[in-house]
Ligand binder design. Structure first.
Ligand code: HEM
Ligand SMILES: N[C@@H](CC(=O)c1ccccc1NC=O)C(=O)O
Length: 286
């Protein structure tokens, strides 16, 4: 440090000395670029309850992360379809990390007690996360296809078209299996060309193909890596489902959901969903 020009230590002096730009009357600023007026103007509590701000922001931030997950998932699926695995791996790893972020986000919501939630719950009317179109697109992209889940979007043709497109498109796992077939692994046609809207059905032949990969990782290194990326993803997804049902039980017990389901009983059934069945089965048979 120069003794003739000591570094300033008053906050105002630091800002001046560093040369930070302070006038944004002509230039794009942070808030302009990020559209903060739109984002920060979108929290409109309907109740006098203190905790409604938490509830709104928890869901809005989740929807933003889901938007990024979909962006990455769609690109990963397209890259796998065109045999570009390295970029797909990076995107899938990011999706898993976002899901982990959403798993930890439950800790914030769980600070809300049953009486605190009861104060705002009547204002939610029949709305429910069950109607989240982005969440449904993620489930469809992950292969959990169910035509009934299109119905909550029927009142909005534009929204329905988006969810319907995700419903009709091959899922991440469908594209993974087509890749295995292109790599010369025996794969039944029922699993490479099928009606993508049908729920996925596990197959011994598909498990055999994955077993070939997992028994000889050195010969199929990138497919082996793909298998592990899928495992990470489903692992994180299961944790999210588990934290959801546990948070719901601690906040509303076994009350029916505002979306019309049994509530915890419905969410527990969702814990049984297996997205990539052969990826799990092969572990027993290896
Ligand atoms: C106090 C907090 C919460 C409660 C009490 C709650 C309750 C429920 C219930 C009871 C359901 C079943 C559908 C119904 O009948 O309503 C449900 C579904 C759902 N919730 Fe929540 N939830 C909470 C927080 C969240 C958060 C933070 C998210 C994140 C976006 C979320 C996303 C979803 C989604 C996506 C579904 C559909 C799940 C599926 O179909 O598998 N929920 N929730
Ligand atoms: N299904 C919840 C309500 C709920 O959680 C919710 C309502 C509106 C917007 C998002 C919600 N979050 C997840 O379902 C309940 O039964 O209390």
């Amino acid at each position: 440090m120069c003794p003739h020009h000591p570094s300033p230590n008053k906050p105002e002096d630091i800002v001046r000395e560093e040369g930070a730009q302070l006038d944004f009357s002509r230039d794009m600023s942070y808030g302009d670029y990020l559209q903060l007026d739109a984002i920060l103007g979108a929290q409109k509590p309907l109740s006098p309850a203190h905790d409604e701000m938490l509830f709104i922001i928890q869901h809005q931030t989740s929807e933003l992360w889901m938007k990024l997950m979909l962006h990455e998932l769609k690109a990963a699926i397209a890259h796998i379809a065109s045999d570009e695995l390295q970029p797909a791996f990076k995107m899938l790893a990011r999706v898993s990390k976002i899901m982990e972020q959403l798993v930890h986000a439950w800790d914030v919501l769980a600070t809300m007690t049953p009486p605190e939630y009861s104060a705002l719950r009547p204002y939610l009317a029949q709305s429910s996360g069950f109607q989240s179109h982005q969440y449904r697109c993620i489930e469809f992209a992950m292969g959990n296809k169910n035509a009934a889940m299109l119905k909550p979007h029927a009142h909005s043709p534009e929204r329905l078209a988006v969810v319907q497109a995700a419903y009709e498109a091959p899922s991440l796992y469908d594209e993974a299996l087509r890749l295995l077939a292109r790599r010369g692994l025996a794969m039944p046609e029922s699993h490479t060309q099928r009606d993508w809207t049908k729920p996925y059905e596990a197959s011994d032949a598909v498990e055999q193909a994955w077993l070939t990969v997992y028994r000889n990782p050195k010969d199929h290194w990138d497919l082996y890596q793909l298998g592990e990326e899928l495992t990470d993803l489903e692992d994180a997804f299961r944790l999210w489902r588990f934290r959801h049902v546990t948070t719901v039980e601690r906040v509303i017990g076994f009350k029916r959901g505002t979306g019309g389901t049994g509530g915890v009983s419905y969410l527990r059934k969702m814990l049984d969903v297996v997205l990539f069945p052969e990826i799990w089965r092969l572990r027993t048979d290896l």
